[in-house]
Design a protein around this ligand. Structure first.
Ligand code: AP5
Ligand code: MG
Length: 225
């Protein structure tokens, strides 16, 4: 059985940060719908033009656009060895369409990691986040600063701040999380797939807890349960 994972949590919870680590250690395809939209916007594609205003305002991009993009990506061969969906599904419509596609196939979801964190910490994380234009590495001016200000440690690329990383957009992202994404979590909880991880801890501590969840699943599976 492959690792077919979702990582959930509000804006700034650390989904992208944990995804980078999970992808490296467990060799799964990391699919971030936010990153995919930002790349489409950067390349000024038709999809990017559709998504840009929603993202700037902190609203969800319409379901049909998002679902089509994810299903196309999921059909690529690298997802056959396991995947990690970061930021999808984010509405019940997305979850229902997705579940119908993967249920009883080798791609059926088997772990949902839910990062929980105090709302107040999120503003600070988001306002201080910086991202590499070249390789996408995520930094934080307070908690994870680069060695040289404005420059990526990994590739020397320029660091920038996301267009939606401001208070106004963040308030809307939080609201859309509570209204549209929280029910998705309840849905996966009913299926007994959700593992809550306290993401108010340091990055190292959160990572240790995330590994416990994934390693626990692997051990259980190897025992043939
Ligand atoms: P998306 O890009 O997914 O944004 P988000 O959900 O708002 O989450 P973020 O990426 O802001 O936060 P994160 O949890 O990844 O945190 P990170 O690891 O970077 O989506 C953007 C937009 O795209 C949406 O608003 C929507 O418009 C659209 N969209 C995307 N998916 C969609 C979908 N399915 N349907 C419709 N629309 C969709 O960490 C944040 C900061 O904190 C960093 O600086 C990091 O270094 C720091 N940090 C992380 N962990 C810790 C820690 N433990 N302690 C201290 N600092 C930490
Ligand atoms: Mg992210």
């Amino acid at each position: 059985m492959t690792l077919n994972m979702l990582i959930m949590g509000p804006a700034g919870a650390g989904k992208g940060t944990m995804s980078e680590l999970i992808e490296k250690k467990y060799n799964v395809a990391h699919i971030s719908t936010g990153d995919m939209f930002r790349s489409e916007i950067k390349n000024n594609t038709e999809l990017g033009q559709k998504a840009t205003e929603y993202i700037k305002q902190g609203l969800l991009v319409p379901d049909e656009v998002t679902i089509a993009m994810v299903l196309k990506r999921m059909s690529q061969p690298d997802c056959d060895g396991g995947y990690l969906l970061d930021g999808f599904p984010r509405s019940l419509v997305q979850a229902n369409v997705f579940d119908t596609k993967v249920i009883e196939t080798p791609k059926e979801v088997n772990i949902v990691i839910n990062l929980t964190v105090d709302k107040e910490a999120l503003f600070d994380r988001i306002e201080n986040r910086r991202i590499c234009r070249q390789c996408g590495a995520v930094y934080n001016m307070h908690t994870l600063p680069p060695k040289v200000e404005g420059v990526c440690d990994n590739c020397g690329g320029e660091l920038y701040q996301r267009a939606d990383d401001n208070r106004e957009s963040l308030e809307r992202r939080m609201q859309s999380y509570e209204e549209e994404t929280f029910p998705v979590l309840t849905h996966y909880r009913r299926l007994n797939l959700v593992h809550d991880v306290n993401a108010s801890q340091t990055i190292e501590e959160v990572w240790a807890d995330v590994q416990k969840v994934i390693d626990g699943f692997i051990a259980e599976h190897q025992e043939g349960k």
